[in-house]
Design a protein around this ligand. Structure first.
Ligand code: PMP
Length: 428
């Protein structure tokens, strides 16, 4: 049996009781793109709007106080979830927004009026290091930072079996490196990266480290103290929470030395016509009225995950991944892109089916009520690296059961039959 009680959990997710494509059970294998939401998250958002709605940190009336209390209580909950101090948790729109906040802070630092904001400035001659398996959200903002500042982008490559190639770590990360941006878990390959040697090397040369936790924080225990990085970014919508809220965690002394990205209301200390000064973190990075209901919803999502236990969530997905890898790799013509076993590997299983375009595989699966992702998964360099036009990707979460994986495997076989690519022909 699986570590989680899948039937009981499914009952918590209203959307899982609907049918798709003429009465078929929804087999949702696209949590990596965005997760479905349990009733407690939907209720928390509704309760906020029905009973407490006001702009937090503004106004002296009772609703404003309640909204502030709920907003800050959610911040405390999320801080505890990742082992951080409360003032190190900045709310953003999503992972993309969080990465851009850091990237713009680093380029704004060069021209900051306050000398204390110039410490991490990136400029000509500096280097930023990423990896070849980054989601575009943790790649394009760094390319753009380099274009703005004259810095150079370098990257760590991949091995044939979908892991980071760290053989040139000591030269790629060097005295010129200002920041290393690396994903903890690949959204396309499923690889869980060894961050210790990367963080250790970055420390040796005095570089900052940003960890993309968009695919790790929802699926495994993550503790920022153990991580040893300077930033951790993730999205609420991938961890059972609402869209429109993400998190930028930053080591306090680093956040405190960075200038803001977006400026405006509620991030200022004193404003005069001649110029303004800014609040300390996290407020410095939260300009404007925040996404309060979404933050409250994310707090409820964290409660839900904590009640299940992140160790159990991880064990659940490991069991599903092992089963899916075994079943899919047993189909002639199916090739898994990424680590072939479950060693340091999370629940994102990307594959190709010989003789059938991934979009056609996705279409046949969709007709059967199975939702998967097809395409380059916003990690174009990865599909290019493995010489495929695109992949079909299944991702798992707390409501996923062996029946979902069975449906996927049957669906792939159905696609082979439909396109006349019998397994025998495919291997011939
Ligand atoms: N990084 C990774 C590894 C992801 O999987 C994603 C979402 N697919 C992102 C970053 C970007 O997240 P968002 O679109 O929520 O900003």
């Amino acid at each position: 049996p699986l570590p989680l009680d899948v039937e009981a959990i499914r009952a918590d997710f209203p959307i899982l009781s609907r049918t798709v494509r003429d009465g078929k059970r929804l087999v949702y294998l696209d949590s990596g793109a965005t997760s479905q939401k349990p009733r407690s998250v939907l209720d928390a958002e509704r309760d906020f709007y029905e009973n407490h709605n006001a702009a937090p940190h503004r106004g002296a009336h009772q609703l404003a106080e309640e909204a502030t209390g709920l907003y800050e209580a959610a911040r405390a909950k999320i801080a505890e979830f990742i082992g951080a101090a409360v003032e190190e948790v900045v709310f953003t729109r999503n992972t993309t927004d969080a990465v851009n906040t850091v990237a713009y802070a680093l380029s704004n630092a060069a021209t900051a009026k306050e000398p204390s904001f110039r410490r991490y400035a990136v400029g000509q001659g500096d280097e930023i290091v990423v990896t070849e398996m980054e989601h575009h959200a943790n790649l394009v903002p760094w390319q753009q930072l380099c274009e703005r500042t004259g810095a150079t982008l370098r990257w760590l490559g991949l091995t044939d079996d979908g892991r980071l190639d760290l053989s040139d770590l000591a030269t790629v990360v060097n005295e010129r490196t200002k920041l290393v941006a690396v994903t903890q878990q690949s959204n396309i390959l499923g690889t869980i990266n060894p961050l210790e040697p990367i963080v250790a090397r970055a420390r040796e040369v005095g570089a900052l480290v940003l960890v993309d936790g968009a695919q790790s924080v929802p699926h495994q225990p993550v503790d920022v103290t153990a991580l040893g990085a300077d930033f951790l970014v993730f999205s609420g919508h991938k961890m059972l929470g609402p869209t429109g809220v993400g998190v930028l965690w930053g080591r306090y002394e680093v956040l405190d030395a960075l200038p803001p990205f977006l400026t405006g209301g509620s991030m200022i200390e004193v404003v005069r016509m001649e110029g303004s000064t800014f609040m300390p973190p996290p407020q410095r990075f939260e300009a404007g009225v925040p996404m309060t209901a979404q933050v409250v919803g994310l707090g409820a999502a964290v409660d839900y995950l904590q009640a299940l236990g992140m160790d159990t969530v991880l064990a659940h997905e490991e069991a599903l991944t092992a089963y899916a890898l075994e079943q899919l790799q047993a189909i002639p013509g199916v090739t898994v892109i990424g680590p072939p076993d479950t060693v340091a590997r999370g629940g994102a299983v990307s594959f190709t089916v010989e003789g059938i375009h991934p979009h056609d595989v996705g279409q046949v699966l969709d007709d059967l009520g199975i939702a998967v992702r097809v395409g380059h998964h916003c990690a174009w360099p990865v599909v290019r690296r493995y010489g495929v036009p695109a992949t079909t990707r299944a991702t798992f979460y707390v409501h996923t059961g062996y029946d979902d994986v069975d449906a996927l495997v049957e669906g792939v076989r159905a696609a082979q039959r439909f396109f006349g690519v019998t397994p025998e022909e495919a291997t011939a």
